[in-house]
Write a protein that binds this ligand. Structure first.
Ligand code: TPP
Length: 213
């Protein structure tokens, strides 16, 4: 049983996450959100399982990027608060410090921050672990490699979760890599990485029409 369930909080379901994204999609279509929105569908069960299996709770830190609606909800940020932040145009950089949720719309920007928080937790003997979620192209950046290498060699309490949708915006990642596998496959660094594939049934950003980033 995960920490969230032990504390009496109800774990969100796949349907809850799907409904949230659908609601945001419908609002975005009206044009009232004055900022980019990245919707995701197809990885709900994987994310729920990760939060459950790892018992991700209040002591833990979650870092995400431009596509973090589900992460904030699963971390326990109230639905209305996540929705309000999105309506205010902050979808790509959701930050709820009181819930230990920090996101950025910049590729690679939080890889070192996640390792740094994990380093501080370990140094201070504090409870809690760090989980940082990113796409497979972000995992190809130099800063991802450096951060994972450091986390691995100092055995820091941080896990890098790579959600592979096969695309970087509209580019086929395999065509760029020249390899079917991410660079870390069969390396020692895998012990700090969770990797899974999924198909996003939404476009990379927005709804594929009207406004595009
Ligand atoms: C420094 C920087 N360069 C470019 C972008 C534009 N950009 C946003 S998402 C993205 C693709 C990232 O691909 P991936 O990591 O696989 O993420 P996902 O497909 O899961 O969204 C790019 C290039 C950005 N946000 N930051």
């Amino acid at each position: 049983m995960g920490k969230a369930e032990l504390s009496g909080e109800k774990m969100l379901t796949k349907q809850d996450l799907e409904n949230f994204e659908k609601e945001i999609a419908d609002i975005f279509a009206t044009g009232v959100i004055r900022g980019p929105v990245h919707l995701r569908a197809g990885r709900e069960e994987r994310l729920i399982k990760i939060f459950k299996d790892h018992g991700i709770g209040p002591d833990d830190y979650v870092f995400g990027h431009w596509d973090a609606h589900e992460l904030a909800l699963l971390k326990g940020v109230p639905r209305d608060q996540v929705k309000q932040a999105i309506l205010e145009g902050r979808s790509i950089s959701l930050c709820f410090p009181e819930y230990h949720v920090f996101c950025s719309g910049i590729v690679g920007s939080l890889m070192g921050a996640a390792a740094g928080v994990a380093w501080a937790l370990k140094r201070d003997g504090k409870k809690g672990k760090v989980y940082i979620f990113c796409g497979e192209m972000s995992a190809e950046t130099g800063i991802f490699h450096e951060a994972v290498k450091y986390a691995c060699h100092f055995d820091l309490p941080v896990t890098y979760v790579v959600c592979d949708n096969g695309l970087s915006v509209m580019t086929d990642t395999r065509a760029v890599w020249g390899s079917p596998d991410p660079w870390f496959k069969d390396t020692k660094f895998e012990k700090k990485i969770i990797y899974f594939k999924y198909k996003n049934t939404y476009p990379h950003s927005g709804l594929g029409w009207k406004i595009k980033f």
